[in-house]
Every structure is written in C-alpha cells, then in structure tokens.
Write a protein that binds this ligand. Structure first.
Ligand SMILES: Cc1cc2nc3c(=O)[nH]c(=O)nc-3n(C[C@H](O)[C@H](O)[C@H](O)COP(=O)(O)OP(=O)(O)OC[C@H]3O[C@@H](n4cnc5c(N)ncnc54)[C@H](O)[C@@H]3O)c2cc1C
Length: 473
C-alpha cells in the first residue's frame, strides 16, 4: 500500500505501528485487514463494548438470511493475523478515555457504527406500542441491550414507517410463518413471542413515491413469496409523474425500475380473508400519533412530489388520512452517538471527516457508518475502510513516533478497575457454547443474550480448558 516511510522507526519490529480500532463490526475488521496488508509492522487492538464481535452482522442481519452473515468467516481469519488483539467488553468513552487511547496508541480508528435512531419529531412518539425498528431487530437478534424489550404482538395491525431494507426485515419477520423461523438463530424469547403473534395487517409507509423507495429489489421480491401472506399495492399509487418516469429510464437507476416493476405485479393482489397482508403506501408523512396511554391511531398527511428528476421532494398537500393501529415501528434511519472528546456532527450523527481523517484532531480516523452514515451493504464498508487506512498510512510521518504500550498498557489499567476484558479466545468459547446449545434444538446457534451469562461462559470454559478437561475450539 505504501513504500517505506521514515518516521523514526515507526512501523518496524522495534517500534510497531499501534492502532486502536473502536468497534468490531465490518468496518473495524476491514480496517484491520487493510492495516495488516501494509508493508509495515502493525499491531491492531480492537476494542468492542460487547463481549462478542461482529456488530450488526451478528445483531442486525436478519436470522432468516444466514448467508449474509458469512463475512464473519473472513473476519475470523483477520482475527488470526499476528498482531491482532480483541478487547471485548470495553466501552470507549466509559471504560477507556480518548486520552488513554492516544497515550497507548499511535492512531485511533473509530468504527463504532450508528447505534441510535433518527426521530420523527412528533409528540407521543414514545407512547406504548411505538418502537424503533432498532429495538425490534435487536430483540429478535438477541442483542443484550434489547433482550428485555416487549412488543404487544396481540395487536392485529402494525405500521412500519420507512421504506428501506430494515423496514422489509421487520415486515418479513412479522409475516413469516413461525416454522420457517424456528431453524434460524433467532433468539428463543423472540420465537416464543412471535409464535403467539396475532399481527395480521402490516402497513409499510413512505413519504415519497414507489420510484424512490430504498428497498433493494431482491429483498422486496422476497416479500411477495412469503407463504400465507399477500402483498398489496394500489394501482393509483403507481401513477407516476414525468420526473419519476425519467428517473426510471436512467440505466443507473436499475434497482428503482425493478422495484416499480415488482409493485406493478402486486396491484392485482387482493386482500385474502385468511392469512397475513403486507400493504404498501406511498407519499404519506406521519403528522400525529394518538392514543390514550397506548397507541391507537396515526395520522398521515398526503404528499406530492415536486422538483426535477432525482431531486424530487415530498411536499404536504394538507389532506389527512388516519390509520388505526396498535403497533408502530419507526425505521427512518440511524445516527452515530457522540463520544467525549471526538468531534461530532449532530445534524448527520457522524464523526465529521475528510478522507477518513476526523476533522480537527490529528491521529483520529473513522470508517463505516460512523464516517459516512447508515448506507450501503456490508461489503461497502471494505472500500470505505481501505480508503481510511490509506489516509492513516500516508500520515505516518506526522504521527507521534515514540513507542507505545498498546493493549498491554490498556489492559493493565482496565485490570486495576476490575473490568473483565474478553479476548478473541473467549469469544470462541462463547461461540462454541452457543453452537452446542443450538445443536440441541436444531438451530445453528442459541445466542447467549445476557452479558453476565457471556462472561460466565467465557470464564467457566476458560477454567475448564486450563484444567485440561476440555479442548479449546
Ligand atoms: C437491521 C439491519 C440489517 C442489515 N442487514 C444487512 C444485510 O442483510 N446485508 C448487508 O449487506 N448489510 C446489512 N446491514 C448493513 C450492515 O450491517 C452495515 O453496513 C454494517 O454493519 C456497518 O458496519 P460498521 O462496522 O460501520 O458498524 P456496526 O456493524 O454497527 O459495528 C459497530 C460496532 O462498534 C461497537 N461500538 C459502538 N460504540 C462503541 C464504543 N463506544 N466502544 C466500543 N465499541 C463500540 C458496537 O457494539 C458494534 O459492534 C443491515 C443493517 C441493519 C441496521
């Protein structure tokens, strides 16, 4: 990636380049991979707030899409690179400060994702029955932060606001026959609750038109193939203005054209008396959430599109429609969280950066969703992380070249605070235990969803292995 750079002896065996990566999702692992591919001697210490790695690949990607989790096999290989250390159960900004990291490492690369949600900005947004998609996704995927959430699945009508792939995941999980979910790694508590679900009508609502949805067409098409479920689109909603038509004619807008084609094929579908129904509504923005202590109605304003092709905006018409419902999932985008000492753009929810260099502070870098916002697929984070690492390596002559203590120094100070830091070996023990528990019930894994249980499994297996009673995986 770069020719030899003389920055003292930084990046040599005598003085390895020590980089702290904050977050163990795709962008963190791809950044580690790019660093190890450089000709320098590099040590990567990956700090992760959870005891287990892989970010949204473990806790976002839907359980019924196991193939999409395969990048974890690549991440696992990256974790075997000499010079890689995983420090799980360590929250940067709480257990370790930015200043500590700057003392122990030559550079810090933030890959901490976008863990909070955009808000609608309506009163009653948090009324009982109204949730973010993040909560629901985290709950069914067994994320420790969300495992204790509950959703009133005795309701028959659910509304999902937002028209991207996460909204599709939520709709599909609500609509899919429970027997098709049982063999997945969905958390047991979610399987039990979904088995008793009475949700029947699922409304997916977007503020712009069918030509502007963010669904990828394969995910959209899959909804039409669900057993016992019909997808419904009104033909009136597919009357497109001339700007939409020219958008669809653009060859680079192939995905949108496919989406509209799929919607068109669904206009002949009629609501069946039995089974579940997924309704698509376009050009509507929520303006009111009502209920006496719990959600029972959402009011939407109808929109029209104004402006030229590819820059059309949804403008309210003043016409209102009410939708009675008992369950709402808000899926309108993600935002990164601020971290003490790190510049933060509160309008976009990212760490502002130029070519991956965080604006205003030398030796801080960003990759993935915290850098560019929530966009793209898992693979998008690879090129993104590579670009950031290129900037970091180009900056080598300007980094503080004095030898740094890296993970060793950090772990010593964390041990003084009695924090149990989990290694990649600990994760492998948890992984093996999850797979063992899963095999008993016919699942690829039974996720351990409680932090204390993860720590206990790691400690217990570790002790047994040390006593020679158990071979490590
Ligand atoms: C619901 C959902 C489903 C998706 N499904 C797909 C799919 O099917 N296919 C696909 O290609 N893409 C999918 N994506 C997109 C994909 O998951 C993202 O592109 C990718 O995960 C972003 O990677 P990241 O590393 O930037 O962030 P993340 O994956 O979010 O990783 C960030 C990591 O940082 C950790 N962290 C955060 N703060 C701290 C801190 N202070 N200290 C230490 N650690 C911290 C987090 O715990 C997390 O592990 C999905 C996204 C969502 C939300």
């Amino acid at each position: 990636m770069n020719s030899a750079i003389d920055s003292g002896n930084l990046g040599t065996a005598g003085n390895p380049l020590r980089v702290a990566i904050v977050g163990s999702g795709p962008s963190g692992f791809y950044a580690a991979e790019a660093l190890f591919k450089s000709p320098l001697t590099v040590r990567v210490d990956m700090l992760e707030r959870l005891p287990v790695p892989f970010g949204l690949v473990r806790y976002g990607v839907a359980p019924d899409h196991p193939k999409l989790k395969q990048p974890t096999l690549v991440f696992d290989k990256i974790a075997q690179s000499p010079g890689f250390t995983f420090l799980g159960n360590v929250t940067v900004g709480r257990d370790v400060s930015l200043e500590q990291l700057r003392t122990s490492h030559h550079a810090i690369l933030f890959a901490c994702g976008a863990e909070s949600d955009r808000r609608l900005g309506l009163s009653n947004e948090d009324i009982a029955g109204s949730h973010t998609a993040t909560e629901f996704v985290g709950w069914y995927n067994g994320h420790p932060d969300y495992r204790d959430r509950s959703f009133d699945l005795s309701q028959e009508v659910a509304v999902i606001i937002g028209q991207g792939n996460v909204a599709i995941d939520v709709a599909r999980i609500l609509a899919k026959p429970i027997d098709e979910l049982r063999g997945t790694d969905m958390a047991e508590h979610a399987l039990d609750a979904l088995a008793a679900s009475r949700v029947r009508d699922i409304h997916l609502i977007g503020r712009r038109g069918p030509a502007q949805t963010s669904f990828t067409f394969k995910e959209l098409r899959e909804l039409g193939d669900l057993a016992g479920c019909v997808t419904i689109v009104s033909g009136n909603d597919l009357q497109l203005n001339s700007a939409c038509l020219s958008e669809l004619e653009d060859k680079t807008n192939f995905n949108a054209a496919k989406n509209v084609e799929i919607f068109q094929s669904w206009t002949s579908h009629r609501a069946a008396a039995a089974g579940k129904r997924i309704w698509f509504h376009f050009l509507q923005s929520p303006v009111g959430i009502a209920g006496n202590g719990r959600l029972d109605r959402i009011t939407f304003e109808r929109n029209r599109l104004t402006g030229p092709a590819f820059a059309q905006l949804a403008q309210g018409t003043g016409e209102m429609v009410d939708l009675d419902c008992g369950l709402l999932f808000r899926s309108i985008g993600y935002r990164g969280l601020p971290l003490p000492g790190v510049p933060y753009d509160s309008s976009r929810g990212v760490f502002p950066s130029t070519a991956g260099r965080i604006d205003g502070i030398a030796d801080l870098y960003a990759a993935g969703w915290i850098k560019r916002g929530p966009s793209g697929i898992i693979g998008t984070n690879r090129a993104d992380a590579v670009a950031t690492v290129q900037s970091l390596l180009a900056d080598l002559p300007h980094l503080d070249a004095r030898p740094k203590s890296g993970a060793e120094g950090l772990c010593a100070s964390l041990a003084r605070c009695n924090l149990r830091v989990l290694s990649y070996g600990d994760w492998r023990r948890i992984d093996a235990e999850e797979q063992r528990r899963g095999a008993i019930v016919g699942k690829p894994r039974e996720k351990i969803t409680q932090l204390s249980d993860m720590l206990a499994v790691a400690a217990h297996s570790h002790n047994r292995a040390q006593e020679g009673q158990m071979a490590l995986p």
